[in-house]
Structures are given as structure tokens and as C-alpha cells.
Write a protein that binds this ligand. Structure first.
Ligand code: DGL
Length: 253
């Protein structure tokens, strides 16, 4: 389970429910966090190189890229570079949002990287051309989510400022779905609900991603041998991060 930081834990949570007999290696590229502001060619080269090392070291059955910012850019290259490894990706849930919206006004809350991606534009063109889709890229929310999940408090005003561009009211026709297109954001969903100017459906794709991974991993009768571990590319996660990992039942190696 791979992410730039701790956002992929929102997917791990769901994956554990569906694959209780399996063990997980959680990888956070905290040395590269946040991915949002990276230039595309540099991020692409970085992730491919990192996966060369990670796959050689850990050799998992399946890789879940629990990061929109990475997968929308590098997904195809990862599959080409490592053809024997099954990859499950994370992309903005634009298709389900377009199917569900009643007002036709959908917002996609993501990192600045994900909103820039050709992949994201293609999803809108292919599946949501009948909707008004507003792309909202926040540079601050992923780092804020990291702070929040580690127990730091955030100012309502600061968080509200990040989500408010998602809300459009066109003569009473209002945004009714906000796609959480960064795996960090579901950790803040309760805060978003509290601060939203009106109720919307906050679409979290974590369960769908976990279901896709389950389809690729054959069920076992008994618990697989081994343990759940967390790997940090910095090699030095701080105390609160270690404690968080412990709470998730992951031993930091
Ligand atoms: N969790 C990542 C995502 O789903 C992004 C966080 C970052 O900026 O690194 O897009």
C-alpha cells in the first residue's frame, strides 16, 4: 500500500476489512512528501526509481497505489516498467460522481498535481461531459491532514478557506457532490462536513479501491504468515508518526 504520506491509511483501513487474512506493507514516501507541488517529469522519474527498490526488497503480491497524485501521473509507466506486478490504482472518482449528481454540479478536491493531470481531464471528458466539474487544487490540505491525524488542531477558518471554492451556487442550483481526490482528505471528512456551507456528498473511493485489490488477491483459509509493517523513505518518522502507525497495527521498520 503506497502513498506519499499517511493518506493511504484511509485505503488500508478498508483493505483490512475486505482482506483480514492478509498482511500489508504500508509505504510512505515521506522523503518526497508532499507530491502535490512536484513537477511532472521529476515526480515520474522519482516514483519509478523508488518502485525499483521497493519491489526488489518487499516483493508483494499486489501493489495498491493509494495516491491520486502519483497514480494519475505514473500509473501507466509503473505497469510498463514492472509488467509482472499487478497494480491497483487510485484516480479521482469522477465517474461515480457524474452518475450520482442531481444538480450536475460536481467538484473535485485534490492536490495541485492531480488537478493539472491530463488523466483527470480525460476522466471528465469521458465520463462527466454532461456535468459542470470544478477542479479545486489545494496545496495546503494534505499537509494539514497529516497534522490533524497526528493530533494537532486546525483553525476552522483556514480549513474552510481550502474547501470553500468547491461550493458553487448558480441561481439555486448547487454543488451536491465533492470528490475527495486525495487519499489524505477522508481523514478530515468530519471537519469538512462541519464547515461546509451546505450538505454535500463527500465521495471517498477507499472502499472501491480495496474491493479492486481484493479481486486480485485470492482469499486464504487461514491468516497468512508474517506481520503488518510500515516503511518510511526518510528512514526517520517522528514520534507522533510512529505512534500513529502503532495505532494502525503497523510496525515501523
Ligand atoms: N495522498 C496523495 C493523493 O492521494 C497526495 C498527497 C501529497 O500531496 O503528497 O493525491
Amino acid at each position: 500500500m503506497f502513498d506519499s504520506g499517511i493518506g493511504g491509511l484511509t485505503v488500508l483501513r478498508e483493505a483490512r476489512v475486505l482482506m483480514p487474512e492478509r498482511h500489508f506493507i504500508y509505504v510512505a514516501d515521506d522523503a518526497g512528501f508532499p507530491y502535490g507541488p512536484w513537477e511532472e517529469p521529476a515526480l515520474k522519474a522519482h516514483v519509478i526509481e523508488l518502485f525499483g527498490k521497493l519491489l526488489a526488497e518487499h516483493d508483494p503480491e499486489v501493489c495498491v497505489i493509494a495516491c491520486n497524485t502519483a497514480f494519475t501521473l505514473v500509473g501507466a509507466d509503473l505497469r510498463a516498467a514492472f509488467p509482472h506486478m499487478p497494480f491497483v490504482g487510485t484516480v479521482p472518482a469522477i465517474k461515480p460522481a457524474a452518475e450520482r449528481t442531481r444538480s450536475g454540479l460536481v467538484s473535485v478536491l485534490a492536490t495541485p498535481g492531480t488537478v493539472k493531470r491530463a488523466y483527470t481531464r480525460d476522466l471528465i471528458q469521458s465520463f462527466a461531459s454532461q456535468c459542470d466539474v470544478r477542479l479545486v487544487g489545494s496545496e495546503r490540505l494534505a499537509p494539514m491532514a497529516e497534522a490533524y491525524i497526528r493530533g494537532e488542531s486546525l483553525s476552522d477558518e483556514v480549513v474552510r478557506a481550502e474547501i470553500i471554492p468547491c461550493f458553487t451556487d448558480e441561481n439555486g442550483r448547487k454543488t451536491d457532490i465533492v470528490v475527495l481526490a486525495c487519499t489524505h482528505y477522508p481523514f478530515m471528512a468530519n471537519l469538512f462536513r462541519k464547515l461546509a456551507p451546505w450538505p454535500v456528498d463527500w465521495l471517498d473511493p477507499a472502499e472501491a479501491i480495496a474491493r479492486q485489490a481484493r479481486r486480485l488477491v485470492p482469499p486464504l483459509e487461514t491468516l497468512a504468515p508474517g506481520e503488518d509493517i510500515a516503511v518510511f523513505t526518510s528512514g526517520a518518522p517522528d514520534f507522533s508518526t510512529r505512534r500513529l502507525m502503532q495505532g494502525f497495527g503497523l510496525r515501523v521498520v
